[in-house]
Ligand binder design. Structure first.
Ligand code: HEC
Ligand code: HEC
Length: 373
């Protein structure tokens, strides 16, 4: 056999082999064969509530919300696959938990209490107790990378999702990507944000229903309501509504309500907003939390220091701690001894109990998609 002839045969063979290889090995990451036809998600917002703002580049869709829901409840986003967002943000606890301070991967204890995610889509002043994250899209990536929460690098998180058949299909259906390589941290944050915007809670509380005339407040609740809102010259003004105003029962401002006893601003053990702005006058300021569904919480304040609403009211009733030097004092002027008597205290408690609404637990879109797995 001559070499020339062998060469020709080899060439023909190799063309044949390569051709076969191309045919038998389609691009495995291709997603274009899956349909992309997202359906808008219209959240149920109680009448008279503010608009739910959504970024123009991340409108809510059924597919996006459902993808975000799975990601929220899935431990795949933690290093050892033991912790999901819902480990700390438990639906039955109003999307918070029962620890004074957050407990993350390997039992690591954080510096602050897990925030309730009730109505988090309406927060427009910065997320976290100190406001350091601007959007839900951006915020969602923090706990994944936080060494004391989920401790997973974003590149590893993205790789896991790219190699997961069900998730890659869902990312295609939610965001129209053409290839698994297009799954990235940006889309991960968007999906988690879409899900969290549907955590809308409070429209069926006794408070809202009484305001709509569907049922009546008791005499104690009415008295407490007038104290809370300063609605009646004859009842004591408890000042609450200036910071916890309706319908969300928070102004979302950053304030110091005088829980921490310090003589100098820089002595605050947790600087709160001060760490974000670098301003001394912001030390010890934290975002006013919503009071909706406080009954589902076991701890109160950014450091979980109080274990009951009675403790909280004792604090406001005593006027908290105010530094003696006015230059070091940023405790809000609305914080001063209220001197409530026992009847006033009980009436305020009765009103506060009208702020509970657990009907959100029946919303199938807020339930653990892996339950009963
Ligand atoms: C280990 C417990 C833990 C885990 C896990 C966790 N969080 Fe949180 N979450 C917290 C704590 C603690 C804060 C408050 C932290 C701070 O202010 O510094 C918080 C705050 C938030 C906030 C801000 C709420 C507001 O009103 O400003 C959002 C949103 C949130 N978490 C979403 C998530 C998402 C999404 C995940 C999963 C990707 C997640 N969290 C995982 C403990 C946790
Ligand atoms: C000057 C504004 C202001 C006033 C007035 C005020 N609060 Fe607050 N409230 C805050 C701030 C700020 C926080 C968060 C403080 C922190 O965590 O460090 C808070 C936290 C709370 C919490 C804890 C919620 C949680 O989930 O941790 C409760 C409960 C509460 N306030 C109830 C009340 C009641 C009831 C009144 C009226 C008696 C009242 N507040 C008056 C600003 C105020």
């Amino acid at each position: 056999m001559n070499w020339k002839f062998t060469g020709v045969i080899l060439a023909v063979l190799s063309i044949f082999i390569f051709a076969c290889k191309d045919d038998s090995k389609p691009d495995e990451g291709d997603l274009t064969f899956i349909s992309f036809d997202p359906v808008p998600y219209n959240p149920d917002i109680p009448a008279g509530w503010p608009q739910l703002e959504q970024p123009a580049d991340n409108p809510m869709t059924q597919e996006g919300v459902q993808l975000g829901r799975r990601l929220f409840f899935d431990p795949i986003l933690s290093l050892d696959s033991t912790i999901s967002c819902s480990t700390c943000h438990i639906p039955e606890k109003g999307f918070s938990d029962d620890n004074p301070l957050a407990v993350g991967i390997g039992g690591a204890i954080g510096d602050r209490r897990t925030m309730s995610l009730v109505n988090v889509g309406f927060v427009n002043s910065g997320l976290f107790w100190d406001g350091r994250a601007k959007t839900l899209e951006e915020q969602a990536l923090h706990p994944i990378e936080d060494p004391r929460e989920m401790n997973l690098s974003l590149s590893e998180a993205v790789e896991r999702l790219q190699n997961h058949g069900d998730y890659s299909t869902r990312f295609r259906k939610a965001f129209g990507i053409n290839h698994i390589r297009e799954i990235n941290a940006d889309l991960l944050g968007k999906a988690l944000a879409q899900f969290q915007r549907i955590i809308i809670v409070g429209g069926e509380s006794k408070f809202e229903r009484a305001m709509r005339g569907e049922l009546a407040f008791s005499d104690e609740e009415l008295e407490g309501r007038d104290m809370f809102f300063d609605a009646n010259l004859l009842s004591l003004d408890a000042e609450c509504a200036h910071c916890h105003n309706r319908p969300l029962f928070t102004t979302n401002e950053f304030l110091n309500n005088g829980i921490t006893e310090v003589e100098r601003l820089l002595d605050h053990p947790d600087p709160g907003l001060g760490e974000v702005t670098g301003k001394e006058l912001d030390f010890g300021k934290f975002r006013v939390p919503t009071l909706i569904n406080w009954e589902l919480r076991d701890h109160f304040m950014h450091d979980g220091r109080f274990v009951s609403m009675e403790d909280v009211l004792d604090h406001y009733n005593s006027g908290g701690h105010r530094p003696s030097d006015p230059d070091e004092d940023n405790v809000d002027l609305l914080i001063y001894p209220l001197n409530m008597n026992q009847i006033e205290f009980d009436n305020l408690m009765a009103f506060l109990r009208t702020l509970s609404d657990t009907t959100f637990l029946e919303n199938p879109d807020l339930q653990d998609p892996f339950a009963g797995r």
